[in-house]
Design a protein around this ligand. Structure first.
Ligand SMILES: Cc1ncc(COP(=O)(O)O)c(C=O)c1O
Length: 387
């Protein structure tokens, strides 16, 4: 029977325990496994390589993204690093977006500075730039859609076609939408990457990553490398991630509902200049987002329309929104890109990506929307006193 994804997410691994019939799959906290006899290993021999708890998780995440296999790593960053370093050879060209998550940008730049690979940054939503750089015969193109923090969206089907025709592999970072609102493998991507730290876990208490593909050869290769360099996720974190995924759908649906209510409210505020969210006509890629996404998501950003002093009063007055990095948890977070998630990139790089130093990003949680609006309202009125 083919279950839909909502059911897969809730039922992941339930009732698989043959010994006691425990509804929730047990956690196998073991490093090693005894051999049945000399030279006769069982299915698992060492948990860096494979573990029953992590196996269930790999199957679930793969099903949620319509892949044929997945690898769960100890962070989103190690997933990205694993893809690049396992697949590319010295001298290969990697194409990256200039408007991506700051940590990914820093990784791409450090790889460039190391001189092992050639790395080119482009304005990914400008298709002409993509077409022009494909003439240089890259081996891999890394895309974030929607991008973090400006929520720029590209036409994934069209881009992946162009990338495939040029002979390169496409990698889509799907962290901001999770498998609930977008499935890039269905749109032609070769590889999907997630920071599971975010929506997939949803409770801001673990760091993990995932790579999913329909290409078994690539999965086997990455899986071999993940054991070789030891970046597979911890067993306990795999267990927590399985638990988090059971509420993935209702969490995302509630958070998105709240996000749309907050956007409506922000539009009425003098201290809000431009709002960024794929649901908005003004957003880069809004038209294609309506087609390729199943939802607009619960991450939004806006340019604060006031002085630095007012910005700091606003942020310090919030009580329900926590001033913190990360996103995708049940709790609402707010971050200032320039001093937080993107502090590792230069002013000029920020300018190129069009990230202003008054940009605030909100990860909307699942609290009561009236409480969230009251919190914002109080903080805006405090800030307004400093006009
Ligand atoms: C879009 C995106 N990709 C990757 C990462 C890195 O993930 P992790 O923090 O799990 O290493 C992040 C982290 O914020 C992110 O926002």
């Amino acid at each position: 029977m083919n279950y839909n994804k909502k059911t897969i997410s809730i039922h992941n691994g339930l009732n698989t325990d043959k010994q006691y019939g425990s509804v929730i799959p047990p956690i196998y906290l073991t490093t090693t496994y005894n051999f049945s006899s000399f030279n006769n290993p069982r299915k698992h021999d060492y948990s860096r390589k494979s573990n029953p708890t992590r196996d269930i998780l790999q199957n679930v995440i793969s099903s949620l993204e319509n892949g044929l296999g997945s690898i769960i790593t100890n962070s989103g960053m190690s997933a990205i690093y694993l893809i690049i370093t396992s697949i590319l050879k010295p001298g290969d060209l990697l194409i990256c977006p200039n408007d991506c998550y700051g940590g990914s940008y820093r990784l791409f730049k450090s790889l460039l500075n190391k001189g092992i690979y050639k790395v080119k940054f482009i304005t990914m939503y400008d298709k002409n730039q993509l077409l022009s750089v494909l003439l240089d015969k890259p081996k891999m193109v890394f895309i974030e859609s929607p991008s973090n923090p400006l929520l720029n969206v590209v036409d994934i089907t069209d881009y992946c076609n162009e990338i495939r025709n040029s002979g390169a592999l496409s990698v889509i970072d799907n962290t901001l939408l999770s498998p609930v609102f977008q499935n890039p493998l269905n749109l032609g991507a070769d590889l999907v990457v997630h920071s599971c730290t975010k929506y997939l876990n949803g409770h801001s208490d673990i760091i993990a990553g995932a790579i999913i593909s329909k290409n078994i050869k690539i999965i086997e290769e990455l899986s071999w490398w993940s054991n070789n360099i030891g970046v597979t996720s911890s067993i306990f974190d795999s267990y927590l991630l399985l638990r988090g995924i059971r509420t993935l759908y209702p969490r995302l649906q509630n958070a998105e509902k709240n996000a749309l209510i907050i956007i409506k409210y922000l539009k009425t505020q003098k201290l809000v200049k431009k709002i960024y969210h794929p649901s908005l006509n003004s957003n880069i890629g809004h038209k294609i987002a309506k087609i390729q996404q199943k939802g607009f998501g619960a991450i939004l950003s806006f340019d604060f329309n006031g002085s630095k002093k007012m910005l700091s009063v606003f942020l310090n007055s919030l009580k329900l929104f926590t001033l913190a990095e990360s996103l995708g948890g049940v709790e609402s977070l707010i971050s200032h890109s320039a001093t937080m998630t993107h502090a590792c990139i230069t002013k000029q790089e920020m300018l190129q990506a069009k990230i202003s130093d008054l940009l605030l990003r909100i990860s909307v949680g699942i609290e009561d929307s009236n409480d969230l609006i009251s919190d914002l309202d109080r903080a805006f009125s405090y800030a307004n006193k400093y006009r």
